[in-house]
Design a protein around this ligand. Structure first.
Ligand SMILES: [Cu+2]
Length: 206
């Protein structure tokens, strides 16, 4: 009489499964090496995508930072890696507009794409602009609308949230400046407009 083979124990089953998995992995590696040796590209090697980098800055006003201080971008100096896709988010807590002349070019978005509170825009009406983030050497202009004048139900100020996406292709340290007359004096171009760390700063791409 032929004895019935015993069913494999759980331990035997497990070790056989591990052996199968190791064999499978080895085969995949060998096939990958063979494909590379034949000039083929293994499926696992994809061209490196440009990294996406998030930068953030906040526009603060005198009532927030102190009565003698004008509006300021904080931080005013930004750094992005060369070759990256940069998503710059600007939180504007300034509820005042500093209208531009009707003929001003700084109402238009240039050098990248912009959203305001999640909605894509290609320009902001010159009468509604509060500040701009403008990098002349890179052809970048980000018009920034004023924040809502009404606070949130809990009393907190609510910002206008602007995102600007661009490709950091050119290396260097570039000066950015606000182009609206948001400063002091008869022309609005004094005070924070001429002060580094307020309405101007640097964008370093390295
Ligand atoms: Cu400004």
């Amino acid at each position: 009489m032929t004895p019935t083979p015993a069913a494999p124990t759980t331990a035997q089953h497990l070790s056989r499964r591990i052996a199968e998995l190791i064999a499978g992995v080895s085969l995949t590696v060998i096939l990958g090496i063979a494909a590379a040796a034949c000039g083929g590209t293994p499926a696992s090697v994809a061209p490196a995508a440009a990294p996406t980098v998030h930068l953030y800055t906040t526009i603060l006003t005198g009532p927030i930072v102190g009565p003698s201080d004008g509006p300021a971008f904080s931080p005013a100096d930004l750094v992005a890696p060369k070759g990256s896709t940069v998503i710059l988010t600007i939180y504007n807590y300034d509820d005042g507009a500093a209208p531009l002349a009707a003929t001003s070019p700084y109402g238009a978005v240039t050098g990248g794409t912009e959203t305001v509170n999640g909605a894509p825009v290609t320009s902001i009406p010159v009468t509604a602009i509060s500040h701009t983030f403008t990098v002349p050497a890179l052809g970048i202009n980000v018009p920034i609308p004023a924040s809502p004048a009404t606070p949130k139900p809990n009393g907190d100020r609510q910002p206008a949230v602007v995102t600007f996406t661009f490709h950091a292709t050119k290396a260097g340290t570039f000066t950015w400046a606000c182009m609206t007359p948001c400063g002091t004096g008869a022309t609005g171009m004094g005070g924070p407009m001429v002060e580094a760390g307020y309405m101007k700063g640097t964008l370093e791409i390295a």
